[in-house]
Design a protein around this ligand. Structure first.
Ligand code: SAJ
Length: 421
């Protein structure tokens, strides 16, 4: 299969940051016959990409990457170049006070500034608090006072925000088929960004301004966080009242306008546990429910740990089988994982407890766990067989399908409600 020739005006695009989002974005644009330079500060990433190898796991993506690299449409390097358009896909972590840390955006822009020429488009794709795109544009002008943001000027550059929306694991499908929200600082900025994303996205390209686009992304993930917090709060209430929360939610969801999500050991991943803080830190007075939801979800691991401690009471040299450390089911991603943190705290604060960790999706335990002497990785059946307390933390398919007769005589703490009879 050969790449289609683009009909767009973009002859060279530079994608800065080749992670889970930047690299697939670069490859999708390259697959449309546009010459793309992918830039990353990590030279190992760059090397592996130029050999057509994906440096992380994403189903089906390896074939596309290999093709665009072999055809010469995608080249990775550590230095930025002159281009018609730039897409910035760098991490936007938060600092201690939950305010965004823009150090990666700033260094991307510093490296870009000398190459920028009038007419160029700069799109910020990294998830960001409202106002970040405008701040980025102003920083560009500080570095390049000869350029302008006024579209009537001859030396104008164009700036827009287009937040990513793909679900890792489904990027091949969602990169092309998810609607995109695109907001420029000026109308021409929006229009150029729509043309750029239109090279590979076949879904709706929804136009707005930059701040609304920034808020749209944060709103989507906060909506989910608030709804999960509601389910988690119900699990605490139900425990106090002696009610089965899973039955409660199932019954309530029979109402035609009620659709409650599922409780669990907390909320993890690099998006839903992070993005709501960007709203809270920009408008703390107003963002009351969003903040409360973060606190409820962040408080759930401590509640689970208390339940385990209660189950261990009176047991001498007890053994706990901890099932799952990924941030959600059937993936190997451990970022911001509440399950991982529960296991780490249990292990380090209770040296007399023998902890057997079962995680079918990773071959070795991360260093934060392997350094704990009373903790080791084990196969599912042996771990459950030897355990006094079985702590289910993630609804991986292996655990859902497990023979539940193995649980007879054990204390069971099922944070995902998968073993209800
Ligand atoms: N979770 C629950 N109960 C539920 C659903 C989820 O406890 O009913 C937990 C999961 O176990 C996990 C966390 O929430 O710990 C987040 O998982 P998720 O599947 O809700 O979301 P992510 O983080 O994998 O992906 C989200 C998606 N956003 C939305 O659904 C609004 C995805 O579309 C975004 O692209 C992604 O964040 C992102 O990168 O922002």
């Amino acid at each position: 299969m050969h790449s289609e020739k683009s009909t767009q005006t973009f002859e060279r695009v530079c994608v800065v940051g080749l992670g889970y989002i930047g690299l697939p974005t670069a490859a999708f644009i390259a697959s449309k016959g546009v010459h793309v330079t992918g830039v990353d500060v990590n030279s190992k990433f760059v090397e592996s990409i130029n050999q057509g190898e994906v440096p992380f796991f994403e189903p089906g993506f390896d074939v596309l990457l290999k093709r665009v690299v072999e055809e010469g449409y995608l080249v990775a390097q550590t230095e930025q170049v002159e281009a018609d358009a730039y897409i910035v896909c760098v991490p936007t972590p938060f600092k201690e006070d939950h305010k965004v840390d823009t150090k990666f955006i700033n260094s991307a822009v510093e490296a870009m500034a000398p190459h920028l020429r009038p007419g160029a488009l700069v799109v910020l794709e990294s998830t960001s608090p409202p106002g970040t795109t405008e701040d980025m544009a102003n920083y560009i002008l500080e570095l390049r006072p000869d350029l302008s943001l006024d579209e009537d000027d001859e030396n104008a550059i164009f700036v827009a925000h287009c937040p990513e929306r793909v679900l890792p694991g489904q990027i091949m499908e969602e990169m092309e088929n998810n609607d995109r929200v695109i907001g420029g600082l000026t109308p021409r900025g929006t229009q150029l960004a729509v043309e750029l994303y239109g090279t590979f996205c076949t879904a709706e390209l929804l136009q707005t301004n930059a701040t609304t686009a920034e808020m749209a992304k944060l709103t989507e993930n906060s909506f989910r966080d608030v709804n999960i917090a509601f389910a988690n709060e119900l699990s605490l209430i139900s425990d106090r009242l002696g009610i089965d929360v899973w039955e409660l939610i199932e019954l309530a969801n029979h109402h035609p306008r009620v659709n409650i999500l599922q409780p669990g050991p907390g909320v993890g991943g690099h998006c839903i546990a992070v993005d709501p803080w960007f709203i809270v830190s920009s408008v703390p007075e107003e963002a009351k429910i969003i903040k409360m939801a973060r606190d409820v979800n962040d408080g759930k691991p401590a509640w689970v740990i208390e339940q385990v401690k209660a189950a261990l009471e009176g047991k001498e040299s007890p053994t706990v089988a901890a099932l799952g450390i990924a941030f959600k089911n059937d993936i190997d991603d451990l970022r911001e994982s509440p399950s991982l943190n529960i296991v780490k705290t249990l292990g380090s604060e209770n040296p007399e407890v023998d902890i057997r960790v079962v995680e079918p999706n990773v071959s070795d335990l991360p260093e934060s766990l392997s350094a704990i002497p009373n903790l080791k990785k084990q196969e599912l059946e042996t771990a459950v067989h030897d355990a006094d307390v079985v702590l289910l933390l993630v609804n991986h398919k292996e655990f859902v399908q497990m023979d539940t007769s193995l649980l007879e005589g054990k204390s069971v703490i099922d944070t995902k409600g998968i073993w209800r009879s």
